[in-house]
Design a protein around this ligand. Structure first.
Ligand code: FES
Ligand SMILES: [Fe+2]
Length: 408
């Protein structure tokens, strides 16, 4: 089958899954990276991963690699991991502490802020000041570090401002990462992200999750469950006739920023096996109210904040049908393992849940690879996917004018 992107978009029926080529075409994968990921804000880590001068970590996706480092002035910078001599990767270690970044090819050496410090045999006319590692846009929101490599990044500040008051009580800036795990799936990144954006699959696919969590979209719960949750919703600060507080976001518009607080089932203080707390209360929270919060900061970055721990998710494209689902667990910075929290208990729920997701997303890709896959209609609970598709297609359409390209 051969058709251009415009035709492909025009064939897309709203409220359906995407046509096959979006998950199977190498050309579209390249466009995804170049026109979507490279123009999106991406959550790369937490300030407490690089507390000291010289601390750094790498964040890689698609064809890109970014160095995030704390410089001599204690400022955090992010720059492309591409040498300004002949383009080699400069930094190879995933994380660590260093005085400089020395390119392994011809030993050009860069400062912690990306400035070129030394380059051998370059002659008199060579201007070191012009050959710094290319800076990428960076925002820090309550300790969470976001980057965007576009020269024309989308506006993140307005959304962050709207989230400010809602997120502040959790004091994310005082968190530390205590565990991260990678769940690699043989699937396109969009299938992994779409899976996270709906809880239509939660009841059939996530036994452990479904025991403690009301559905991500509790408005579609049955009457008995609704009444039980309504009673509890008052305890988590809602008016009593609502199951969720949606500080931001809407089912009908592009959903870039989102905040939703909702009650867990009776008997659950947090996302644990026993229902009991897992770690000390976060930030300024006074008590375990039995609620939990979904937060989305830019379409690619998702967080789930319980009263005592926070989980971050990323769905990182590695190739057309290879995606790393990265799950990151965070607790208060002053919490001590073995005393204040037990790692095995802490990670239990989302380890099980991510293993389930790994399986169902892989099966999804296998089915979509069939010549006989036809995009199917989305349910009422899959409104998040609808919103993602709208923004994604708009962005690709804006950045391309390539009717003649083929998507085989
Ligand atoms: S490519 Fe980095 S020093 Fe030559
Ligand atoms: Fe899931």
């Amino acid at each position: 089958m051969e058709e251009g992107f415009k035709e492909l978009i025009s064939r897309y029926q709203g409220s359906h899954s995407l046509p096959r080529q979006f998950y199977t075409s190498e050309t579209l994968y390249k466009m995804d990276i170049e026109h979507y990921w490279n123009h999106s804000w991406i959550w790369v880590g937490h300030i407490n991963q690089i507390s000291n001068v010289g601390d750094f970590f790498l964040f890689d996706y698609g064809y890109e690699s970014i160095i995030v480092a704390r410089d001599k002035d204690k400022c955090i910078n992010a720059f492309l991991n591409v040498c300004r001599h002949r383009g080699s990767r400069v930094c190879i270690e995933k994380s660590g502490n260093t005085r400089v970044f020395a390119c392994p090819y011809h030993a050009w050496t860069y400062e912690l802020n990306g400035n070129l410090r030394a380059a051998r045999e370059m002659g008199d006319g060579f201007d070191k000041a012009k050959h710094y590692l290319k800076r990428v846009n960076l925002r820090i929101f309550h300790g969470l570090i976001f980057i965007c490599i576009s020269d024309d990044p989308p506006n993140i500040d307005e959304g962050l401002l709207q989230l400010e008051e809602l997120v502040a009580p959790f004091e994310f800036e005082n968190l530390k990462i205590v565990h991260s795990a990678n769940y690699p799936v043989a699937a396109n990144w969009k299938l992994a992200l779409e899976n996270y954006m709906e809880c239509y699959h939660c009841a059939p696919a996530h036994l452990e999750y479904s025991r403690s969590h009301s559905l991500k979209d509790p408005s579609s719960a049955n009457i008995e469950l609704k009444n039980c949750l309504l009673k509890k919703s008052i305890e988590v600060g809602l008016s009593g006739d609502e199951l969720q507080i949606n500080g931001l976001g809407s089912k009908d518009v592009e959903m870039d920023f989102y905040f939703s607080r909702y009650p867990l089932f009776q008997g659950y203080q947090t996302g644990s096996k026993s229902g009991k707390k897992l770690a000390p209360l976060l930030g300024k929270l006074k008590d375990f109210d039995g609620g939990t919060t979904d937060i989305q900061i830019g379409i690619l970055n998702n967080f789930l904040s319980y009263s005592d721990h926070v989980i971050g998710y990323r769905f990182i494209p590695r190739s057309l049908q290879s995606t790393d689902i990265e799950v990151i667990w965070m607790v208060r910075q002053d919490a001590e393992e073995g005393i204040d929290y037990n790692l095995e208990d802490l990670i239990w729920l989302w380890h099980c849940t991510s293993q389930d997701d790994e399986r169902i997303i892989g099966l999804n890709q296998k089915g979509v690879n069939s010549d006989h896959y036809v995009p199917g209609p989305l349910s009422n609970m899959e409104w998040g996917i609808k919103a993602f598709h709208a923004g994604y297609l708009k962005q690709l359409d804006k950045k391309t004018n390539i009717n003649s390209k083929n998507f085989v």
